[in-house]
Design a binder for this molecule. Structure first.
Ligand SMILES: [Zn+2]
Length: 438
C-alpha cells in the first residue's frame, strides 16, 4: 500500500509568509492546506484532520496561545501536532506554548533551506507529551511487552527507596546515612516497574535503569507538585532515550489540569536547563478511584491531608497491597477530628506495606500542624492500630534534620511498637533501603 503524504495545515494571517510556508512544504512532498483566516482554525482542524498544524500565534483578533490551549483541551483534535511560527521568540511565550503541548517553535522569517526538513524531522520524531485522558488506560495504550525480572517470583514485589527526604529551603551541608535525595520509591514486580514520585531520587534510579536496560515501559505516579516530589522529573535519565515509554499519572494542582502542570515541569523556567525529553511520554489524569495500569496492576487513590491537591496511592500488584503516602498529616490521638485518620486507616487496611510520612519530630509535628505532615511515632501508631498494616516504612524526613535527630525520632517509633507488642514491622527508609514482600 502506498503511504499517504502527511497532511499539514498552515494557518497564517500574513499572506506572504503563509504562502511561503505552503510552497516550501508542498515542494518537499507534503500535502498542505493553507488557511488565511486563523479565526477558522479549529473547524478547519476538525474537518481536514491534519497530522500537523503550523501556525503563527500572532493571530488577528485572538490570542494564539489561547487557541492552542483550546485545541489541546478538545479531545477530538488534541492529538494534532502543533508547530508555532512567530516573529517574536520571547522566552515567556515559548514556555507557555510548550506547556500547552506545542512541539516546536520556529522563528520567522524561516530559513528556506531548512524549514521543510525541520518540519519533517518533527513529524518523524517521537510524539512528546501526549494529551491526558482520565479514568485509566485505553486499550491501544496498554503498556508494551513487559520485562521479566527473574529475581522476583509472580507473587513477590520489591520496594526500593531512592530518595526519602522532604525538601527544605535550606539544606544543611551534612553527610547523611539516610541520604539527601527527595521522594522517590520504586516498586517492582516480576514484570512491571512503578515509580512513586519524581523527587531527586529518580535521577540515580534512572541511571540504574539505563545501565540495566530492563523495563522500557514505566509508570510514574505523582502525589503532588510540591518541589521535593517533582524536582528530579525533568532530569530522569530515561527521558533522553526514545526507546522508552514513560507514563506519568496524578492529579492537577488546584484549577490546573494535570497534563498542563506536568508540561510546566518540563518547560517552565525553574527547569529551563533541563534537556528536552526524547522518550515517549503519556500523561494520565487520575479521575476515578481505581485505575488499571497494566494487566493485574491496579492503583487506587485517596486525597491526603496536606496543603494543595495531594494523593495517596494504594498499588495492588502481585497479590500485594502497597500504600504510598509520603505527605500525609495525621491528626493523631489528641485531635478532635479523626475522620481523616479513620478514612486513611480504611484505605491502608491490612496492607502489606504502608510507606508513610514521618517528616517531623513529635515537637515539630505539634507546632507545625498546618504543614500537613506526621511524626514517626504518630505514623507507627496509625499503621499498627488504624491500618493494621504488615509493614510500615517511615518516610520523608525533614531535609534540614541531622542524622542524630532522624535517628532519635525513628528509634522512638520502633520502641513504641516494641513496647506495645504491635505486629506491624517498623522499617526506617534510607536511600538504598529495599523490602521484598513475599
Ligand atoms: Zn508536600
Amino acid at each position: 500500500m502506498e503511504e499517504r503524504a502527511p497532511l499539514i495545515l498552515v494557518a497564517d494571517d500574513d499572506e506572504v509568509s503563509g504562502r511561503l510556508a505552503h510552497d516550501l512544504l508542498d515542494g518537499a512532498g507534503f500535502s498542505v492546506h493553507l488557511l488565511g483566516k486563523s479565526i477558522d482554525i479549529i473547524p478547519a482542524i476538525k474537518q481536514a484532520k491534519p497530522d500537523m498544524v503550523v501556525m503563527d500565534i500572532t493571530l488577528s483578533g485572538m490570542d494564539g496561545l489561547k487557541v492552542i490551549r483550546m485545541i489541546k483541551s478538545d479531545l477530538e483534535i488534541s492529538a494534532v501536532r502543533i508547530v508555532v511560527v512567530s516573529e517574536n521568540d520571547f522566552e515567556y511565550e515559548k514556555q507557555r506554548a510548550f506547556k500547552y503541548g506545542v512541539e516546536a517553535f520556529i522563528k520567522k522569517p524561516f530559513n528556506v533551506d531548512t524549514f521543510a526538513s525541520q518540519i519533517s524531522q518533527i513529524l518523524s520524531g517521537n510524539k512528546e507529551l501526549l494529551t491526558a485522558f482520565g479514568g485509566g488506560v485505553e486499550e491501544e495504550e496498554m503498556p508494551g511487552a513487559p520485562h521479566a525480572d527473574d529475581t522476583l517470583s509472580e507473587t513477590q514485589a520489591r520496594i526500593t527507596v531512592w530518595g526519602c527526604r522532604g525538601f527544605a529551603p535550606e539544606m544543611p551541608n551534612l553527610v547523611s546515612a539516610y541520604g539527601k535525595q527527595t521522594s522517590c520509591v520504586a516498586v517492582e514486580t516480576r514484570e512491571r516497574l512503578v515509580i512513586f514520585d519524581g523527587g531527586s531520587g529518580i535521577i540515580p534510579l534512572g541511571r540504574k535503569l539505563l545501565a540495566e536496560s530492563g523495563h522500557r515501559d514505566i509508570w510514574i505516579l505523582l502525589t503532588h507538585f510540591h518541589l521535593g516530589h517533582v524536582m528530579g522529573l525533568p532530569y530522569f535519565p530515561c527521558l533522553a532515550n526514545p526507546a522508552y515509554t514513560i507514563r506519568i499519572a496524578g492529579a492537577g494542582p488546584g484549577e490546573d489540569k494535570f497534563a498542563e502542570a506536568v508540561r510546566g515541569i518540563f518547560y517552565a523556567s525553574p527547569w529551563w536547563h533541563a534537556p528536552r525529553p526524547r522518550a515517549r511520554i503519556l500523561i494520565y489524569e487520575m479521575s476515578g478511584d481505581v485505575c488499571e495500569l497494566a494487566p493485574g496492576i491496579r492503583v487506587r487513590t485517596m486525597q491526603a491531608h496536606h496543603p494543595s491537591m495531594t494523593l495517596c496511592y494504594r498499588l495492588e500488584a502481585a497479590g500485594k497491597k502497597i500504600v504510598y503516602a509520603p505527605d500525609s498529616g495525621l491528626f493523631g490521638d489528641a485531635a478532635a477530628m479523626q475522620a481523616y485518620d479513620e478514612k486513611l486507616g480504611e484505605f491502608c487496611r491490612r496492607a502489606d506495606a504502608v510507606i508513610h510520612d514521618a517528616c517531623f519530630t513529635d515537637e515539630d509535628w505539634q507546632s507545625r500542624r498546618e504543614e500537613g505532615h506526621s511524626s514517626p511515632a504518630a505514623a507507627m501508631e496509625f499503621a499498627a492500630l488504624q491500618a493494621e498494616a504488615k509493614n510500615l516504612v517511615l518516610f520523608h524526613y525533614d531535609g534540614a534534620y541531622s542524622d542524630e535527630t532522624v535517628d532519635k525520632m525513628t528509634e522512638r517509633a520502633a520502641r513504641l511498637a516494641k513496647l506495645n507488642s504491635w505486629e506491624t514491622q517498623c522499617h526506617t527508609a534510607r536511600e538504598g533501603f529495599s523490602l521484598t514482600l513475599e
